[in-house]
Design a protein around this ligand. Structure first.
Ligand SMILES: CC(C)(COP(=O)(O)OP(=O)(O)OC[C@H]1O[C@@H](n2cnc3c(N)ncnc32)[C@H](O)[C@@H]1OP(=O)(O)O)[C@@H](O)C(=O)NCCC(=O)NCCS
Length: 212
């Protein structure tokens, strides 16, 4: 249940913003949109600059206010460095896709999923024979228009075609909007892990669902 206020106190006693779910968004909807006006394409090493830009914009959107700006800048510079993102783009087990707005040519959404052997976590608590969705970002202007659902469906279909039994992902504990979206797609929380943003210890809830 999302708190009434848009800030909560985290483990360090720091007041942080949350990403609220919209209460009207509870109907079950897995109808896949027609992709009118958008083109999906696989990203490659030539997209490195766009990838860096999206990674930092979406990270800042999500974690604004959770840590000192300098810590956040350090985190973005390290996690989304050109070298780090190039390594990901060159990894054949990591799959990156953009949804491009046909009219403006701008990137409306990004999807990244990882085959087994190239996942952010491979521990015992990660379901076996599973596909990881590592990034699913819809840019602010395009939220609520089923682009996220289109990309989710694409990842699950890929999983089905490649014989995966489960799909899993991590979502920040205060990102209620994304958690609602994932629950709507049949995901359930099964574990959690921590990560540091600067000196701030953050928690991701791990969600999974069967691939049928
Ligand atoms: C979460 C996210 C991927 C959803 O994509 P989207 O294209 O906006 O979502 P859709 O239009 O496909 O929504 C499908 C269903 O998800 C649920 N949902 C979507 N946004 C929601 C919100 N803000 N609050 C509650 N439920 C929501 C609804 O049930 C919705 O169905 P409905 O529109 O029929 O009510 C998108 O908002 C996003 O990229 N957010 C920022 C980045 C992020 O948090 N990514 C996840 C990181 S782990």
């Amino acid at each position: 249940m999302a708190p009434e206020h848009e800030t909560v106190i985290n483990h360090q006693g720091r007041e942080i913003a949350i990403i609220p779910a919209q209460s009207s968004h509870h109907k079950s909807s897995q109808d896949i949109p027609q992709l009118t006006g958008f083109t999906m394409r696989q990203a490659n090493v030539d997209d490195i600059q766009t990838m860096q830009w999206i990674a930092s914009v979406t990270f800042e959107d999500t974690f604004a206010g959770t840590a000192a700006q300098r810590d956040m800048d350090d985190f973005v510079a390290q996690a989304f460095s050109r070298e780090a993102l190039l390594r990901e783009l060159e990894n054949a087990k990591m799959h990156h896709f953009f949804l491009i707005n046909d009219e403006s040519d701008e990137v409306a959404a990004l999807l990244k999923f990882n085959d087994s052997g190239a996942q952010t976590e491979e521990g015992e608590n990660i379901p076996s024979h599973s596909l990881e969705i590592q990034r699913l970002y819809v840019m602010t202007a395009y939220k609520g228009h089923k682009l996220g659902s289109y990309l989710m469906n694409y990842a699950l279909e890929y999983g089905k075609r490649h014989g995966y039994e489960q799909c899993w992902l991590g979502v920040w504990e205060y990102n209620y909007a994304a958690q609602e979206f994932y629950k709507n797609w049949g995901f359930e929380r099964f574990s959690e892990h921590s990560f540091m943003v600067g000196e701030d210890n953050q928690t991701d809830f791990l969600f999974k669902r069967a691939i049928r």
